[in-house]
Ligand binder design. Structure first.
Ligand SMILES: *[C@@H]1O[C@H](CO)[C@@H](O)[C@H](O)[C@H]1NC(C)=O
Length: 226
C-alpha cells in the first residue's frame, strides 16, 4: 500500500519533476534577464549621456557659427559720373569717375583682399577696367573708400558707343554696371580661410547731366564669393 502509495505518488512527483528543471531554467533566465536589463540600462545611460553631449556640442558649434559666420563684404556705390555726356564729341576725352565703399561688417572676422580691380560694363560689354587697390587687410567693422577715374587707356569708348550713350540719354538714363573683383580670405583669430574669388555688381543709372541718379546713389551692390 505504502509502496503503491509511493508508486502512486511517484507519478505525481514525477509530474512536477519536470518543474525543477523548468524552475532551474527560469532562475537562469531571470539571472540572464537581470544581467541583460542591467547592461541595457547601462547602455541606455551611456547613450543618453552621449546624445546629450552631442546635442550640447552641436548647440555650442551652432552658437559659435552664428557668432563667427563670415559675412561677405558690403559694397555700396556712392558716386558715378560721366562728365561731358551732353557733348557730341565727349568720347574724345571720355571719363568715368566712381566712388564705392567696401565695408567689413563682421564683428570678429578680418578680411584679406587680393588685388582689387574695377570694371565698367555697358550693355554687358566691358568698356573700361582699372586696378583699384593692391592687396590689403581689412579690420572687422571698418570701411574703405575706393574712388577712381577711368580715362584714356583704361576706358575704351569710341564714337559709335558714345552715340549709344547719347541715344540713351535722350530717353532719360544711361545704365552701366560697375564690377569689383578680388579674392578674399577670412581671418578668424589666428585661422585664415582659403582664397574665395569675389565679385560685386553695382547697377548704376546716370542722368542726362552725366551724374548718378538718386535711385542708384548709395545703393548696395550685389556681392558674391565662392
Ligand atoms: C566717397 O564717398 C564716401 C561716402 O559717401 C565719402 O565719405 C568720400 O569722401 C567720397 N570720396 C571721394 C573721393 O569722393
Amino acid at each position: 500500500m505504502y509502496g503503491y502509495n509511493r508508486q502512486d505518488q511517484l507519478p505525481v512527483r514525477s509530474a512536477p519533476a519536470s518543474r525543477p528543471i523548468k524552475r532551474h531554467h527560469t532562475a537562469r533566465y531571470y539571472a540572464h534577464r537581470v544581467r541583460e536589463s542591467l547592461t541595457t540600462r547601462l547602455s541606455k545611460i551611456i547613450c543618453t549621456i552621449f546624445l546629450g553631449l552631442v546635442l550640447i556640442m552641436g548647440l555650442v558649434a551652432f552658437i559659435l557659427w552664428l557668432g563667427l559666420r563670415p559675412h561677405r563684404p558690403r559694397i555700396h556705390i556712392h558716386d558715378f559720373s560721366l562728365p561731358g555726356l551732353g557733348q557730341e564729341t565727349g568720347f574724345e576725352n571720355a571719363q568715368i569717375a566712381f566712388n564705392v565703399t567696401v565695408r567689413n561688417s563682421n564683428q570678429n572676422i578680418g578680411i584679406y583682399y587680393g588685388d582689387m580691380d574695377g570694371s565698367v560694363y555697358y550693355k554687358d560689354q566691358k568698356i573700361g577696367s582699372t586696378p583699384l587697390h593692391p592687396q590689403f587687410y581689412q579690420e572687422p567693422k571698418s570701411t574703405i573708400v575706393m574712388a577712381t577715374v577711368l580715362s584714356g587707356a583704361t576706358l575704351t569708348v569710341n564714337s559709335q558707343r558714345w552715340r549709344e550713350f547719347m541715344n540713351d540719354r535722350t530717353k532719360g538714363t544711361v545704365i552701366f554696371r560697375l564690377q569689383l573683383t578680388s579674392t578674399i580670405r577670412f581671418k578668424i583669430y589666428t585661422w585664415v580661410s582659403r582664397h574665395h574669388p569675389m565679385h560685386a555688381d553695382c547697377d548704376v543709372s546716370v542722368g542726362p547731366n552725366g551724374l548718378i541718379l538718386q535711385t542708384s546713389k548709395d545703393h548696395r551692390c550685389l556681392a558674391y564669393f565662392f
